[in-house]
Design a protein around this ligand. Structure first.
Ligand code: NAD
Length: 298
């Protein structure tokens, strides 16, 4: 069992930490939020007063932070992880961030003699609580092999995507597909309604035909066909529209830097920005059907 420093104890980090404690690891937790620290303590973690205190003496440091600037600050800022972690420590960043920040922090870690992987997740808060997350991992073979048993305490699948930053690349490519697919399903239901085609009938056909996709069969944006989808609880999240917008922005930023043509990704970003600007950022991302349809699906 390892001594682990865990930084970023929010909606995702809190339950991920709890699963590391349950697996028998000794975890020292740090967050800027007192409430998050108290939750970590009641899950069985020790409290660190600073980032450096969480990292000092740790064999492994795990971070789950909002965005690239937080990750850069926590790792490379004054009193950050890279200055405080002992030689040979393994650093695992599970946040969803831009590829450039992931590569810059990994390079700084390597320069300091530390091993690092980027390991963003899919599976949401439910997956974090149940320990069934999927990790997309970027980094050198040896570091990924060392990270695997730690990640397996928090998830059910660990995919080695390639070198540093490729975990983040996999995450933003996947979520760009998801955003575009959700919009395509929403448009189809809005059109079906105007054509006098019952939503359940469209579902019955397309869930077995070539329009089939996760946004339709697992996360159907109209109430009824998939009883567990957020559409049946007034689009309570799930995965918020604000989070989807964040990931679509990361995809567009990466596409611009890499000169990739992603016109549908750009359209999806614009539509989610409109939806969030209507005050719907905290709603599940499938709730965008209300904007596409122009009225309640009721
Ligand atoms: P969150 O806002 O609930 O938690 C982030 C935590 O980081 C907060 O507790 C905050 O206080 C802490 N923090 C910020 N700056 C800090 C610093 N300098 N030092 C210490 N702590 C600091 O966010 P979340 O929902 O847990 O998401 C975390 C990451 O996981 C994001 O990158 C997000 O995109 C990704 N993600 C989230 C979901 C989801 O469904 N929530 C799913 C997949 C991936």
């Amino acid at each position: 069992m390892a001594t682990i420093g865990f930084i970023g104890l929010g909606n995702m980090g809190g339950p991920m930490l709890a699963n590391l404690v349950k697996a028998g690891h000794t975890v020292r937790a740090f967050d800027l939020s007192e409430a998050a620290l108290e939750r970590a303590e009641s899950a069985g973690a020790g409290r660190a007063g600073t980032i450096a205190e969480a990292a000092a003496g740790a064999e492994v440091v795990v971070t789950m932070l909002p965005a690239g600037q937080h990750v850069r600050g926590v790792y490379t800022g004054e009193g950050g992880v890279i200055g405080a972690a002992p030689a040979g420590a393994l650093l695992i960043d599970c946040s969803t961030i831009d590829v450039d920040s992931a590569r810059a922090v990994a390079a700084a870690a390597a320069d300091a003699g530390l091993r690092m992987v980027d390991a963003p997740v899919s599976g949401g808060v439910g997956g974090a609580e149940a320990g069934t997350l999927t990790f997309m991992v970027g980094g050198p073979d040896e570091a990924v092999t060392a990270a695997r048993p730690i990640l397996e305490c928090m998830g059910k699948a660990v995919v080695h995507a390639g070198g540093p930053g490729t975990g983040q690349a996999a995450k933003i490519c996947n979520n760009m597909m998801l955003g575009i697919q959700m919009l395509s399903v929403c448009e189809a239901f809005a059109l079906a309604k105007r054509l006098g085609l019952d939503a359940q009938k469209l579902f019955d056909v397309s869930s077995k035909a070539s329009g089939q996709c996760w946004s339709l069969t697992t996360y159907c944006p109209v109430p009824g066909p998939v009883p567990t989808s957020p559409a049946n609880r007034d689009y309570a999240p799930g995965f918020t529209a604000a989070m989807m917008l964040k990931d679509l922005k990361l995809a567009q930023q990466a596409a611009a830097a890499g000169e990739a043509a992603t016109p549908l990704g750009a359209a999806a970003e614009a539509l989610y920005a409109l939806f969030c600007n209507q005050g719907e950022g905290d709603r599940d991302f499938s709730g965008i059907i209300r904007m596409i349809d122009g009225q309640s699906q009721g």
